[in-house]
Design a binder for this molecule. Sequence first.
Ligand SMILES: Cc1ncc(COP(=O)(O)O)c(C=O)c1O
Length: 394
Amino acid sequence: MIYVDNAATTRLSEPVLQAMMPYLTECYGNPSSLHSMGQTAAMALVRARETIAEILNCSPKEIYFTSGGSEADNQAIISAAKYGESKGKKHIISTAFEHHAVLHTLEKLEKEGFEVELLSVKDGANITAKQVENAIREDTCLVTTMFANNEIGSILPIGEIGGICREKGVIFHTDAVQAAGHINIDVQSQNIDMLSLSAHKFHGPKGIGVLYAKKGIPLTTVISGGAQERGKRAGTENIPAIVGMAKALEIANASIEENTEKVTKLRDRLISGLSGIEKSILNGDPVNRLPSNVNFCFEGIEGESLLLLLDQKGICASSGSACTSGSLDPSHVLLAIGRPHEVAHGSLRLSLSEENTDQEIDYILNEVPKVVEYLRNMSPVWKDIVSGKKKSVL
Ligand SMILES: Cc1ncc(COP(=O)(O)O)c(C=O)c1O
């Protein structure tokens, strides 16, 4: 199988598995236990926290382990909102192409009386720092924008947005789930107050993530119980996963330049090859783009059928976010960048990793055009477009 769905999740790497193994087998103590096995686990927890803090350039005390990106997003946003509310500020700025972990949390807050402003990306494939600056008001308590988009790969101007928020005294959170381990992150120089990341997007285990929260930002407890994570996130720490995440981030971070160079070449071959398909369009920022992301819409076909046929050819791809597949609604991200409904339905996301090869790209470039043609030959919409009965929207 050719796996090009790395934005959905990645393969657990061998060194990461090896780092986790002792904590899954002989050293299974609870880090809150006072005996030596518990204390060995506690030491591993300290080391993992230090490793991650060093990579993000923050203090270990600013790192909180969560069950993944979704939980970190929820806790960050709820915390900043509640803090804002305590100061009489209830305006939140975000973007229309955030992950649902952010959008659905914001919807809940709206029901509680917060005013949420989603910046539109319709006039392009990305948002600008200027848009954020213009939207900030006296009563803005939070700006939350993703670091890089999971569907279309656009990389946002995070440093600039952070700078503006810092200047205006507004808390800035970024969902860096697609960026961590792939793009350099430095919470100090990028003026990031809160950040979410998730291990399974950089060859770490699933079900573990990090919330970075700058000292001084009071966290609201989302999961109550024991005193773990300095009382801010209850539950026995998942030591094997935490150790694996630190190892995975260490490896990924050390190879960012090398991987970027390799993966960008593969990506650009795919983009230039697939652009040759008639009535196709690249989604997302063509320049400020994740090295791993290729996302196209093909007019006149259904993305789901395309995926099933590609799967039969041994290609694991996606039509967009894994979290929304299974629903018949077109991607909110593609609608947010102005793709019409009928075009948004025909999307294909190929998300690469450094494990992909040139031979795999050759194969994909050979198969995708054939499958698109096959589906168009069966598509009444495409027939109408070809005969001129229906106007093409691309
Ligand atoms: C941008 C973004 N945010 C949040 C998440 C959720 O992360 P997790 O699966 O760790 O809950 C994802 C996962 O796809 C994502 O891509």
